[in-house]
Design a protein. Structure first.
Lengths: 464, 464
């Protein structure tokens, strides 16, 4: 098993799992506990300074679940831990997920305590999905939720992902980029991820390219010849000088065409104003100005508000890890077993029992007013839209529920625009109203009372 | 190319690259620029609230570089972008990295502007490594630097990684765990990563396991029977009741043995005190108490200072993404081409030219006093330790420079303990002294003057 690099993910994806999932699965197997469990995946608290999250990663997860199996090498590795019985390893050898998954569509705006997805399956199977489900939904939800803020701030100007170097590893750089597509970014510098996830692949030049040449103008000439319509980076030494040398280059070589210049440092408002002026004076009105340089949603919003003549933004560090909120307190909780509601009442961690549905309510103008979390079998309020629908039955993906990343981008923007402006804002900390149905509240109280009664009985028994 | 999941990483790792690396490489190829370039990988600024970082990921990177090649499917994908010439695609088809890499050992304490590694190769080859080098070193450096803070705070008590569900994707969960080993964590819940990176695999039980059973005591009995010496989670409903039921269980079944209980919510100091008391009263002095529940280095340090009877810590969210500093402003900069020093003087981004060495100085007691960044060919100060050494020559890993993750853990702790206490501290913001040699400063000024002279000449020519 010793090796470095990525080979082992491809060979043993099933073992990228917390040990306790396997330990619990064996315990269920050993006790013959095969009844159906319902697990709910949700987060408890909105990250600070955020008003809304976008649920993402469901499709990647479904494909991973469909493919999930244990190889002989996996079983050999588990055997070496000396805690698994041959009968259970044999169960793992034959394991294929056979259950049902209900999920929100990718890109759905989501709020605390709302299930992003629910898994229904024999308990050992449902338990085995926990680490995988959390890891996959966490990454893409965190990244999509950040990326949509950049899109909001840019107010119609394209935002391109330059973040691969800051993303956490190569899987984040590949599957995470799906979240950028869903959230509405206009492109990515990441060649493979762009190809896989419907995002146009974009690239300019690095400072090193200019530095490697004895003369900046020569670096520009080479690039403009090779890549008609390319973007030239103008801030390696002196921005004004670089723009003047581009103007000279284009005057001397009327067959050359460049699409844009890129600014990557300094006062972007002032520099973009200067560049625009120089370009326009030279008749280069069609050459765009792109900006990068540690931009986030707040600096982009400021530049947009200041009417800086910037036509598009490249963003790396801010979105690569969702730097202000890289984590979400996602939980995967048992809410029903063998038809009986379950909950946990650790301090601050009370959960909602049973399978659920989330309803979204709209006003007459089509704007979202509030959400309702209800038991799944409660009568649906007629005027509301249910957010969870079946995406996997008997372990098989429901193909009609699968949507391409670029189609998701369109429905995401539509759903996002229906939110109140205060919730869409990158600034205000609006509280969006999420109600819990009377039925679900009653079930929670009732389940809690059962647990407390049982505790009382136990203590009475012990005292006796 | 369309697919989701991890398959494509395994099939096309070379295309997880920023497009501009390939565009620049083709430009160098097309201009016949084949001289040797030196690129330096370093970070500019220490993250807020941090005193030191641990360089990590070098070995993973070297293996990736050795394996880096472009498949026919990769070339087909690139061809579809309609910007690459067949001659260049053929160059890519034959690409194998042929250069040299100098690097710090994994786990080396590192400070701003110190090269973690330097790459020397024909410029197109060295440029092609940029995205890969940054992505790999960034992830592991960020995670190792956070993890060592938890180890410091726990002051000798074991810290176990429970973070896979919060880590950004599956590659982070696999290769990132190497950083945890290097930084001195005592175990991980991640089965595959533990096996690959020398970290004992640990697991307890989730709340769902207790909830699935009609009776908590039954859940404990099952686990204790299956897993002698296991850890039982005691806070699902009521901690006191859970501990009492474990005591009853062990009294009634003297053949059973449990190793620890785990607290995952509430006031950990008070709860651990209560549990210790109950266990000791029952003669269960050898049952340990483990704590988890959103712990970070500060809450662990407080618990340790308060003498809470906690024997070990499980940490997830805090280390999974290094939540307070998920990013590092790592840069991969050209510092020499064709024997000529290069630098960039964008505002706030002035770089140090030429190939370099970092020297670490110690006092008579063996404690580190300061570092010196110097040109690599400057005479080495006799009393200092050079931190960069060759790890790859002509594209081949120098096997003698490769160290297992667990051996790195030992040397990391030794190197870390030699730092001044203020730098090791999780609290103080100590500034560690890093000098730049006179020779290197002079070279920087001289290179800068050359650039400015050239700028002056250009403008004179244009004005004339």
């Amino acid at each position: 098993m010793k090796s470095v690099g990525n080979t082992d993910i491809a060979n043993s994806p099933a073992l990228l799992i917390d040990l306790y999932e396997l330990a619990m699965a064996q315990a269920y197997w050993s006790d013959n506990m095969t009844d159906t469990a319902v697990f709910s995946l949700f987060f408890r608290t909105m990250p600070e300074h955020r008003n809304v999250m976008l649920a993402c990663g469901q499709q990647t997860l479904l494909h991973e679940i469909e493919n999930l199996h244990f190889t002989e090498a996996d079983l050999e590795n588990l055997r070496s831990l000396e805690m698994f019985q041959e009968g259970f390893l044999d169960w793992l050898r034959r394991f294929r997920f056979s259950g049902r998954v209900m999920a929100m569509p990718e890109g759905t705006p989501v709020f605390p305590n709302e299930p992003i997805l629910e898994v229904e399956a024999p308990i050992a199977e449902a338990q085995l999905l926990e680490t995988l489900a959390m890891n996959t939904i966490h990454l893409q939800t965190v990244l999509a939720s950040k990326a949509v803020r950049l899109v909001t701030a840019a107010n119609g100007r394209p935002v391109v992902d330059f973040g691969m170097r800051r993303m956490h590893g190569r899987d984040a750089a590949l599957t995470g980029t799906r979240a950028y597509t869903v959230a509405g970014l206009a492109g990515t510098s990441n060649v493979l991820a762009g190809a896989v996830h419907d995002l146009p692949v974009k690239g300019t030049m690095a400072h090193s390219f200019v530095q490697a040449h004895a003369d900046e103008a020569e670096a520009f000439r080479t690039y403009a010849r090779l890549y008609p319509g390319t973007t030239l980076l103008v801030d390696t030494y002196d921005t004004r000088r670089a723009v003047m040398s581009i103007i000279d280059l284009l005057r001397a070589n009327p067959e050359l065409r460049i699409g844009a210049i890129r600014l990557d440092s300094g006062d972007l408002r002032a520099e973009s104003g200067l560049c625009r002026e120089l370009l326009d004076e030279a008749g280069l009105n069609d050459v765009s100005i792109l900006a990068s340089s540690g931009l986030d949603e707040h600096s982009i919003a400021e530049l947009v508000a200041s009417q800086a003549p910037i036509d598009g933004f490249g963003v790396g560090t801010a979105i690569g890890t969702s730097v202000d909120a890289p984590n979400l307190d996602l939980a995967y909780k048992l809410t029903e077993y063998a038809g009986q509601p379950r909950l946990k009442n650790s301090p601050g961690k009370l959960t909602l029992p049973g399978p659920k549905q989330v309803y979204r309510f709209y006003d007459e103008g089509g704007q979202v007013t509030h959400d309702l979390i209800a038991g799944r079998t409660e009568p649906a309020p007629s005027e509301a839209k249910p957010l969870l629908s079946p995406v996997m039955e008997q372990g098989n993906i429901i193909e009609s529920a699968m949507v391409s990343a670029s189609d998701s981008a369109r429905s995401t923007q539509a759903a996002f625009q229906q939110l109140p402006a205060s919730v869409r804002s990158i600034k205000a900390t609006a509280r969006f109203q999420v109600d819990v149905s009377d039925g679900l509240s009653a079930l929670q109280q009732q389940t809690l009372a059962q647990i407390q009664n049982r505790a009382g009985t136990d203590q009475a028994v012990r005292a006796g």
